[in-house]
Design a protein around this ligand. Structure first.
Ligand code: NAP
Length: 266
């Protein structure tokens, strides 16, 4: 089997370092470079404890993808830089697999157009944990019978975006089957701003940020005399890597933008 040549952006990060390990342990993958804004010009094995591979570290995506022959970029950085990396990769003929969260609707539309123009695939998933995708699918099913719903997402306190990409994606999936409805009393009033969380078509999303957490979400449905709670917990970042691998293996065979892991698992 021909090896897939991979660049990882954000290799020192909590997710990026797991992605480096995934690439290293997968026989048909080859890590050809990493992009790290603070360590351009070094080799990866010179960065503390990430890898023993002497692959080049670039601080600029354009230079990296011009000098190194790559098939796939795995981006696990921050929303603004992740968008810039993804755009650059597509412009230079490299297929992105993006775990970075916080992309806007406008970003997604731009990338969709760029995929069409370049005839390239790109997979963006706000949550690469297979269990989280099932939690979203089960929530969409439940919403057909329980239109009263609130979403509570819980993450570590270093997370930059709120609400989480998974919570927004869950709300989008639920809204496909749920008639728009304002959750709560029609006359309810917040005496402390933000008490009812973010409002997505009348569904409320609550973001909890605490050290000790990784990535968790519960979707609560209520009806007369009963509630249903669907919950998923990621206890470590390895939980996301089987989804990243599935995306890397899939992105080579598609030529559109795919948003959400649920669109590539059966
Ligand atoms: P993290 O530990 O803060 O890692 C982000 C990394 O990106 C850091 O090493 C950071 O370097 C680096 N970075 C910042 N600007 C950069 C640039 N210009 N070029 C290259 N690298 C740059 O965060 P994380 O927990 O790994 O999360 C990374 C992203 O993945 C976030 O958007 C998060 O929400 C998302 N995420 C997605 C999933 C999923 O399943 N899709 C799961 C968990 C997290 P510095 O430390 O020097 O700033």
């Amino acid at each position: 089997m021909e090896k897939t040549r991979i660049v990882v952006a954000g290799p020192r990060g909590r997710m990026g370092s797991e992605a480096v390990k995934l690439v290293e342990r997968t026989e048909h993958y080859e890590l050809v470079a990493v992009v790290d804004h603070k360590h351009g010009g070094k080799k990866l094995n010179e960065l503390d404890g990430i890898s023993s591979l002497p692959v080049p570290v670039y601080d600029n995506m354009t230079v990296c993808l011009t000098e190194v022959k790559a098939d796939v970029l795995i981006d696990l950085t921050t929303p603004e830089i992740g968008m810039e990396h993804t755009r650059t990769a597509l412009q230079l003929g490299v297929r992105p697999v993006v775990g970075t969260t916080g992309f806007t609707e406008e970003n997604l539309r731009e990338l969709e157009d760029l995929c069409k123009e370049k005839d390239l695939g790109c997979i963006i998933a706000p949550n690469f944990a297979v269990g989280a995708v099932l939690m979203m699918k089960f929530s969409q099913l439940a919403a057909r019978y329980f239109p009263d719903v609130e979403i509570i997402e819980l993450h570590h306190d270093q997370k930059l975006d709120a609400p989480s990409g998974t919570a927004v994606k869950t709300a989008q999936m639920i809204s496909q089957v749920r008639t728009e409805k304002n959750q709560g009393h029609p006359n309810e009033k917040e005496t402390l701003q933000g008490a009812r969380g973010a409002n997505f078509e009348g569904m409320h999303i609550h973001s909890v940020r605490l050290p000790g957490l990784i990535a968790h979400q519960q979707v609560m449905f209520g009806s007369n005399g009963q509630t249903l709670t669907i919950r998923h917990d990621s206890y470590n970042r390895e939980s996301f890597m089987s989804g990243v691998k599935l995306a890397v293996d899939t992105v080579k065979n598609v030529n559109t933008l795919i948003y959400g892991l649920e669109n590539i698992i059966d």
